[in-house]
Design a protein around this ligand. Structure first.
Ligand code: SAM
Length: 455
């Protein structure tokens, strides 16, 4: 690891007077590896990794495990089918927080700083399908990665947007829960990302804190009265952590929420706000900070009427496409350019409102592209948890064939039983091939293909 900035060392010695040596020693060790399984694509951990590689479960998150060594994830087709997500363990604490703050009724959740999608994939699985998640990322290129990860995770009660926090100002009181996993000075990632050490300096800490305050000021009105805001960073700097939560309480009258029970190793912050630190010498994971506040007053959401001329008339789903959907009655079809997709019917008005105000990159599930009145099935359908596999012709593959498909190369041609073949690995969809008689057209998206050499 690169040399730590002297000023950072000095600050950490003050923050952790008794434990700083253990803390610095932990930074010299290899970062732990952990994964979270996708409950919507159930494959037991024992089928994903050899027994000797599987470590302990992550205590605060269901279906999450440490791995004793780091596999070459890119060469595991199950990563590409969204069967699991590689996520550092401390940030999975959000699972435990949601267990406490989620009401019994369906909710609308905004994950404001969402790329690459670690927290959004967790939230998407934590919510019931009657709820809606808006996963937003302001940086365009990062929003593309978020979209890809959400498609692979395969939940359709999600909308991916690419907006600045200020663009949400039309949606006052619209969200029951807002997650702000804020851009920060990244001190907690020094071990994993040496680049963060280079960028660290005193004036950047101040800039980060000001940006966090701006983000929260922009988004606070969008939280419903009584709703919860979950704030987190991957840094130790109190100016980006405790001070930010205290300001929410002071300036906006927010109520601090205690998360209980806690788990051994998690350190409550030194603040009037309930908040929690994850340090690498106490917990196998990266540095992480989080706290929850509740909004006590403010504007209620008024949906307004979606104007008649902007209201979409849902297209009829062609019969061949409808057959691919497990519960079509739950969805409303939409047509955009020549793409046909579906969104959850119960959120269709709200999604139209989002469309009128935000830059939507993806919504629900895109099913097919219509070209010359014929349907070309889209990869997102193959990866969707709502796909009716009983109506698909399956082409189950071994690892080498799956990887060849994921490289967008030719795979062996089976006897023709159907035109569209769902290429699967360990029972989970990877994408589509079209049977042309003597060869298969591989429809895996070019931009997702594996570029690594397969061994
Ligand atoms: N939540 C993500 C996850 O779990 O995978 C990680 C989010 S990362 C800590 C913070 C994100 O905030 C980055 O994707 C970054 O591009 C985004 N960001 C940067 N500047 C921002 C701003 N001014 N407003 C909102 N988000 C911003």
């Amino acid at each position: 690891m690169n040399t730590l900035p002297a000023l950072f060392e000095e600050r950490m010695r003050k923050l952790l007077p008794e434990e700083s040596e253990a803390f610095f020693a932990a930074l010299q060790t290899e970062p732990p590896v952990s994964i979270r399984l996708n409950p919507g694509k159930p494959v037991p951990i024992s089928r994903l990794f050899p027994d000797e590689q599987i470590g302990l479960p992550v205590s605060w998150c269901e279906s999450a495990y440490y791995l004793k060594s780091r596999p070459v994830f890119t060469l595991d087709p199950c990563l590409h089918s969204g069967t699991y997500y590689v996520q550092e363990a401390s940030s999975m604490f959000l699972y435990h927080i949601f267990g406490q703050i989620l009401p019994a009724h369906p909710v609308r959740v905004l994950d404001l700083c969402a790329a690459p999608g670690g927290k959004s994939t967790l939230i998407a699985s934590r919510l019931s399908s009657g709820s809606l998640l808006v996963a937003n990322e302001v940086i365009r290129s990062r929003a593309g990665i978020l979209k890809e990860n959400m498609i692979k995770w395969g939940t359709s009660h999600v909308v991916v947007t690419n907006n600045d926090p200020a663009d949400f100002h039309h949606l006052k009181g619209a969200f029951d829960i807002i997650v702000v996993d804020a851009p920060c000075s990244g001190e907690g990632m020094f071990r994993k990302d040496p680049g963060a050490i280079q960028e660290w300096n005193e004036s950047n800490l101040q800039l980060c804190s000001e940006r966090q305050q701006r983000i929260l000021a922009d988004i606070w009105p969008c939280l419903k009265p009584g709703g919860f805001l979950v704030y987190s960073t991957c840094t130790y700097n109190p100016g980006e952590n405790e001070a930010i939560l205290e300001r929410l309480i002071r300036k906006y009258g927010a109520r601090s929420i205690e998360i209980a029970p806690l788990f051994p190793g998690i350190v409550p912050g030194n603040s009037t706000a309930h908040c929690y630190h994850f340090y690498p010498h106490r917990i196998p994971g990266e540095g992480f900070f989080t706290g929850v506040v509740q909004k006590t007053e403010g504007e209620e959401f008024r949906a307004g009427k979606v104007r008649k001329n902007t209201k979409h008339t849902p297209p009829l789903l062609p019969g061949d496409i409808r057959a691919y959907i497990r519960t079509p009655e739950y969805y409303r079809p939409y047509a955009k350019d020549n793409i046909i997709g579906v969104i959850p019917e119960q959120h269709s008005e709200f999604i139209q409102l989002l469309e009128a105000n935000l830059h939507i990159l993806y919504q629900g599930c895109e099913i097919a592209e219509i070209i010359n009145r014929k349907s070309k099935l889209l990869p997102s359908l193959a990866l969707w948890q709502g796909l009716n596999k009983a109506n698909c012709a399956l082409l189950d593959t071994d690892r080498m064939t799956a990887l060849t498909f994921l490289k967008k190369e030719d795979i062996p041609v089976p006897p023709k039983t159907a035109e569209w073949l769902l290429v699967t690995y360990r029972g989970q969809g990877l994408g589509w091939c079209k049977h042309l008689g003597n060869r298969l057209n591989n429809y895996y998206p070019k931009e997702w293909r594996i570029r690594m050499t397969i061994e």
